[in-house]
Design a protein around this ligand. Sequence first.
Ligand code: AMP
Length: 412
Amino acid sequence: MTATRILVLNSGSSSVKYQLLDMRDDTRLAVGLVERIGEETSRLKHTPLTGGGESGGESREQNRPIADHDEALKAVAEELSRDGLGLDSPELAAIGHRVVHGGKQFTEPTVIDDAVLKEVERLIPVAPLHNPANLTGIRTAMALRPDLPQVAVFDTAFHTTMPESAARYAIDVETADAHRIRRYGFHGTSHAYVSRKTAELLGKRPQDVNVIVLHLGNGASASAVRGGVCVDTSMGLTPLEGLVMGTRSGDVDPAVIFHLMRVANMSADDIDVLLNKKSGLVGLCGDNDMREIRRRIDEGDEAARLAFDIYIHRLKKYIGSYYAVLGRVDAIAFTAGVGENAAPVREAAVAGLEELGLAVDGELNAVRSDEPRVISPEYARVAVAVVPTDEELEIARQTYALVANRVGERND
Ligand code: AMP
């Protein structure tokens, strides 16, 4: 098979992020972003990474109104063509789409056809912000290259292995089933990638290690992975449950919601915005960037200190509970923007947990690097690791594995 390139598309409601990769050696050929689609101030930023092409590796920007996803993808296709990487190239094997919600049924990456589109559409009530945008991106890409396999890689898929005891909420079964209310989990491609990479870092096979993955970005989630299989995760029906995040509250007593409805006269939509956009770190101290919060703490800012402490307290609770869920833990892996960069968060999250075999070596923790690395001292029973995530590479790999197999099947 000569087609070895995969285009990865992550379509949001007003943005499209993309990467073109060559799967022979996982190299990135181009990356880019179209933002503010539908506004006057749309922007496309395209960076060819091959060093060749018209711009020789320099980023190019288009600042002009881009009306919709169709126009956005056409502009992306043109930029790729300028570098000799056009979407009409026979080297393009497939397009891999990030799809946020795959419900219970999508347990694997899936080649998209009409039935799959219908199912993703049926899941809109549980992912009202994400699935419509993902669908728009898919439909646009299908119109552009109808002959090419288009693959959906679901954020929820890695978590479909959770046992019912972890996936169900303790609410009336009939009501839950009628409305598909259960814990789905998100960031699945990241948890899958990082748990596997952590095993590799320890020189072991994924099936032989138990890992707690802490994906701490602007959105944040923890997962308990036993022998490569997810057994629990902190996000639930939606990405709101679990850890304290940049703008999301994470766990709250559900009674807070009806209390606000009754005493503050807030609507369901008002509370949705409050808990998803105005809570978490930003709600606690006005900033959601951990760098800024650390800077303010250094200046003696009390609100920033308390926000940090609440963030760490929640994180510790999840480390403890996933330790109990797994029984034996071989590694804890920190990933995403905060997890990969914020040494004080890593230090504070495991502080005082020596009895659980957890410790961080101050010097190793302070090292800045893009490489996966162990930051616990040699004597520690559990490895604490920093493992940079790469969701695009994981989507590209899963997409390529699927289409390469299909070509193999056709040849058999
Ligand atoms: P992500 O969603 O994975 O892109 O993570 C974004 C978040 O990572 C930002 O909101 C910051 O809080 C955090 N972050 C990025 N770089 C750093 C850094 N050098 N130190 C601390 N936090 C960082």
